[in-house]
Design a protein around this ligand. Structure first.
Ligand SMILES: [Zn+2]
Length: 103
């Protein structure tokens, strides 16, 4: 299982840390998983493609302790992301317009 602290994906300004190669791909994957898992309004965030097999999309949701858990049904890689709240990709607190559509 891949355990990730979302704060480690960020630089000191809250943007994605400047990573290269596989580390960057993994960071981008985690960002996509956070956005997908926190898109409670189902506003159309696409399901992230598995970073490992790149053949299937991962399933993601919240665990009881609010960590994001994700799993690829094809290659069985799975992980857990903590401290995602308030990151750039956290969509859970997004303000809404009177029509109910995300701003
Ligand atoms: Zn996979």
């Amino acid at each position: 299982m891949i355990i990730t602290d979302a704060q480690h994906l960020l630089d000191d300004k809250g943007a994605m840390a400047a990573l290269r190669g596989p580390a960057k791909a993994l960071a981008e994957f985690h960002a996509d998983v956070i956005a997908y898992a926190t898109d409670f309004d189902d506003s159309g965030v696409r399901q992230p493609l598995c970073f490992k097999c790149k053949k299937d999309t991962v399933k993601a949701g919240l665990a009881q302790d609010d960590a994001i858990v994700w799993r690829c049904p094809r290659c069985d890689v799975e992980g857990r992301i903590s401290n995602w709240q308030g990151t750039l990709w956290d969509l859970s607190d997004r303000p809404e317009t009177p029509t109910g559509r995300p701003v």
